[in-house]
Write a protein that binds this ligand. Structure first.
Ligand code: SF4
Ligand code: SF4
Length: 386
């Protein structure tokens, strides 16, 4: 059976236009009743990665959140909460406030779900992960509506519907998951188990202004002018890939999501509704990692040297705040202030920016995600064999 993906053009975050786009998308997918029941407790799960300004396209735009919530309420779905577990330590509420989501929720009288407490759950059907620490607010809900953001990601190439569910994992346990599943493949497989366990009903991607380049927190906003909606997270992420000229099979969450039966990524198994031809909405120059691991020039270089991606700090941008060190999930941090040999709190007299110990670093890029100054980039390092 084909998976349906609604691609709804929407230029800008004007409240009326976004509202109409969400209405059109949900109608093309069969109405809210195809996904949720009025008596169910519905959790809206936006992307609240950090406290970045809305214009930086790090988090789900409040206008999209408002349109989804407003539409649900107008259609008699009154038991609605929201929440996410941000990357920054501290309260969800403060992050939601900084991102403009809390103001919308307060206006619509939607309560924040309990993301302060959590419970360990065993998931016996997991292929890669059979245990998760899930926020209580997620467990208290009957149905999740995933409101993700169209962005690039250093580990998984893109972060979309499948990856956004990681925010249901509670606080510091996200860091532990990075340590346990350090490479893109194992991390993707864990995410797929998580999606199978949580079974979000509907995925809505804010792709009006997306993030390209050094995502998911330090990239550049780019107008894509679309909202994507689907019950199938793999098909939705695969459609995002097509819009930006990225082979979906190169994205681990899409590839393994299809292999393990979470959804469809192949063209002939996806029905696009809402637009006649996807090609008019494509941005082939979208800045995203498209290369195969060792194809093209990398294949030649790969024969002569080991090619390794790793995080690098741009000294001129770094303000020595230490957020990157605190974000590192390793017990023995893989980056530190040189003067303090391991401290996460710089003294005023200190001059140096954090330095990496690449032998310890597992390349999870949590440091890059949490840098408030966009001072961490991912570069390739050539290590000659001879
Ligand atoms: S988080 Fe960014 S700005 Fe802060 S110390 Fe690390 S690299 Fe520098
Ligand atoms: S230094 Fe950065 S990329 Fe390396 S393990 Fe720590 S957080 Fe991950």
């Amino acid at each position: 059976m084909k998976s349906k993906v609604a691609v709804i053009p929407c230029q800008g975050y004007d409240e009326f236009k976004v509202n109409e786009a969400i209405k059109k998308g949900i109608s093309l997918l069969g109405g809210w009743e195809s996904f949720v029941k009025p008596e169910e407790k519905i959790l809206l799960k936006p992307n609240l990665l950090n406290r970045a300004d809305v214009e930086r396209a790090v988090t789900t735009h409040p206008a999209v959140f408002r349109a989804v919530a407003r539409n649900l309420l107008d259609n008699g779905y009154l038991n609605v909460t929201y929440g996410d577990s941000p990357g920054h330590p501290g309260s969800v509420e403060k992050t939601a406030e900084a991102c403009g989501i809390k103001a919308v929720a307060d206006d619509l009288q939607i309560a924040l779900a309990d993301f302060a407490q959590s419970k360990t759950i065993d998931y016996v059907h997991g292929r890669t992960s059979r245990r998760f620490e899930i926020s209580q607010g997620v467990l208290d809900s009957d149905a999740i509506i995933n409101i993700c953001k169209m962005k690039t990601h250093q580990l998984e190439r893109i972060t979309g519907a499948v990856k956004n569910m990681f925010g249901c994992v509670h606080g510091i346990h996200k860091g532990a998951a990075h340590v346990k599943y350090p490479d893109a493949e194992s991390f993707a497989k864990m995410l797929i188990d998580l999606n199978f366990y949580l079974k979000p009903r509907l995925h809505i991607m804010d792709g009006i202004v997306a993030m390209e380049g050094n995502g998911p927190a330090s990239g550049n906003p780019v107008n894509m002018n679309v909202i994507l909606m689907s019950g199938d997270p793999v098909a939705l992420d695969s459609t995002f890939c097509r819009l930006v000229n990225l082979n979906p099979a190169e994205v681990p969450t899409v590839y393994y999501g299809s292999i393990y039966g979470l959804g469809n990524w192949e063209n002939d198994k996806i029905e696009i509704v809402g637009v006649d031809d996807l090609i008019y909405y494509c941005n082939p120059k979208f800045d995203v990692a498209r290369e195969k691991k060792y194809s093209g020039k990398w294949a030649v270089i790969g024969r002569l040297a080991s090619v390794e991606k790793r995080p690098v700090i741009l000294k001129k941008k770094c303000i020595r705040c230490g957020a990157c060190i605190r974000a590192c999930p390793l017990e023995e941090k893989a980056l530190y202030f040189p003067e303090t040999s391991g401290s996460t709190k710089p003294r005023i007299a200190e001059k140096g920016v954090p330095v990496y110990n690449y032998k310890k670093c597992i390349k999870c890029y949590c440091c890059q995600e949490m840098c408030p100054e966009r001072a961490i980039v991912v570069k390739r390092k050539f290590i000659p064999f001879i």
